[in-house]
Design a protein around this ligand. Structure first.
Ligand code: KIV
Length: 270
């Protein structure tokens, strides 16, 4: 497809321009079929490093690699026609230096076709965000609870309570000043999320941050009810796929054992 006939999907400036407007809808996608569903209803498909836990059963996101992100980013891009794809820089791929971040961010964008990267960190990542954005890499920042820092934070705890609010507010201002086009606020009190949303000129996208952000993001598998043993307070289950899938697999197993599947209509004549 030539550049002149290429479809123009949603791009970072379109997202940035949505500040204060109709809330942005963001959902994770790790595969082509889910990307197609997300594409039909959402503004952004996020290839989050949460895929390490959701798809690979890892205990945290720390062991997620560039190769994993690229493989899933490519799969997601095959399912998108309009929604924008944002892809996470995994732990260890960007913290060392702005140059390391550019090397890996440019690889993610070039090898997947995603429009932007997301990286975790506030004040201490501002220099890196400025370096990337000055070189044509759109950055979605991620502050508050940053899961890649789970060990340093002592668990997946709410961030920015009480006097800690000033730190998270400073992080938000730093990433906005550095040129991020949007910022994810994870697991911060609703009042602080509202204050940040009023204080920065870029859209805030909340997860466990209350209703006053400029948009919301969830992990698709969580909101679809794919897990029976994981129910964080901030996830509303909009579906119950685990129950539906469990029933379907139980029925399949029963029919195979009873030799009632496959039936004639599933079989071929000579
Ligand atoms: O990795 C991820 O899916 C994320 C979202 C939860 C924001 O970072």
């Amino acid at each position: 497809m030539s550049a002149s006939t290429a479809k123009r999907g949603i791009l970072p400036p379109d997202i940035e321009a949505r500040k204060g407007g109709t809330p942005l809808v963001v959902l994770t996608a790790y595969t082509t079929p889910v990307a197609k569903l997300v594409d039909a209803h959402c503004d952004v498909a996020l290839v989050g490093d949460s895929l390490g836990m959701v798809v690979y059963g890892l205990p945290s996101t720390l062991a997620v690699t560039m190769d994993m992100m690229i493989a899933h980013g490519q799969a997601v891009m095959r399912g998108l026609t309009r929604a924008m794809c944002v892809i996470d820089l995994p732990f260890g791929s960007f913290e060392e230096s702005p140059a390391q971040a550019f090397r890996n961010a440019s690889r993610l964008l070039a090898e997947t076709g995603a429009a932007a990267v997301k990286l975790e960190g506030g004040v201490h990542m501002a220099e890196t965000i400025a370096f990337l954005t000055a070189r044509g890499v759109p950055v979605m920042a991620h502050i508050g609870l940053t899961p890649q820092a789970v060990n340093a934070l002592g668990g997946y705890k709410v961030q920015g309570r009480g006097e800690d609010a000033a730190r998270v507010l400073a992080d938000a201002k730093a990433v906005a000043d550095a040129g991020a086009f949007a910022v994810v606020l994870e697991k911060v009190p609703q009042r602080l999320a509202r204050e940040i949303t009023e204080a920065v000129a870029i859209p805030t996208i909340g997860i466990g941050a209350g209703k006053d952000c400029d948009g919301q993001v969830l992990v698709a598998d969580d909101m679809l009810g794919m897990f029976t043993d994981f129910r964080p307070k901030f996830v509303k289950r909009f579906g119950n796929l685990a129950e539906v899938a469990d029933r379907a697999i139980a029925d399949y197993a029963a029919e195979v054992r009873a030799r009632s599947f496959p039936a004639p209509e599933h079989s071929f004549d000579t």
